[in-house]
Design a protein around this ligand. Sequence first.
Ligand SMILES: [Zn+2]
Length: 126
Amino acid sequence: MIEKCPKCEAEFSVAVLGGGGICGACLEPIECPYCHKTVTEERTTGSFIETLIKAPDSKLARYLGISDVEWEEMGVELNENYGNSGDMIYCYWFTVPKDTTEEVLDKTGWRIDQIIDDIPVSLMDD
Ligand SMILES: [Zn+2]
């Protein structure tokens, strides 16, 4: 059984340990092995073992609409924008590199040398 976490989009497989008993089934949580949130609950006499198959892309990559791998291949350095106050990071920005692949440009609608601004600070938590 393959599940996808609705919270973080991690994919993981679920196996049952000690299931198949006749009585004493109770609701056991199926937990995302990545963010540890309960995804669903099912009745079993055993317990569930969750194994991570695919970690979700970072918040930044998902915000930009590309994968972590594509982001890393771009080799972008994020710049900090301190806004007018100058003492707090307001957002991040970067310039689309010259060697960005067509695929990424297609997906995102970016142009080479375009400045991508207003990237929220909250995406950098992880
Ligand atoms: Zn999750």
